[in-house]
Design a protein around this ligand. Sequence first.
Ligand code: IMP
Ligand code: MG
Length: 174
Amino acid sequence: MPKLAVLYSRQEIEARVRELAAQITRDFHPEPVVLLGVLKGACIFLSDLARNLELDCSFDFLAVSSYGNSTRSSGEVRLMKDVDCSMEDRNVILVEDILDTGLTLAYLKKLLLAHQPRAFKIVTLLDKPSRRVQPIQADYVGFTIPDHFVVGYGMDHGEQYRNLRDICILSTTE
Ligand code: IMP
Ligand code: MG
């Protein structure tokens, strides 16, 4: 049976998201930004982050192949949905739920830099540096965590648990 244990409460997440938004606001003000969310896990983080930014802000979304029902990466990244708008000469902030092996963000960074954005930054709510395969870092990190599989606040396991308000560690018997 899967077991859930709270890692970060909704109050801790809210406070940290506010701090990240304040930092991004300071760094970009008075310029506008594009928040580019990686579907689907980053959706809730992106919407809370956006509401705390004091900047002109637009949204776009990308989708990449997911882990499916496994808690381990297949190591293969495939683009399932590209951006809708041109990123050329825009301040692009790629919004990710969790930076794990780095394969996804390394792939997306390369793809997006080819658009020649004016600025390109990565914000991730969670960072698991111990699992990194690709040497990539985020510019803004919510929380650095050990190697746990987490769900909630947008993150899933087999499409379940995305709507949990807290970030929880999922222990499975698989
Ligand atoms: P990476 O390519 O290994 O860095 O994987 C990043 C993606 O894997 C994230 O965007 C998540 O969607 C997913 N992922 C990695 N670790 C977890 C986790 O602990 N819980 C849920 N999804 C995860
Ligand atoms: Mg993701």
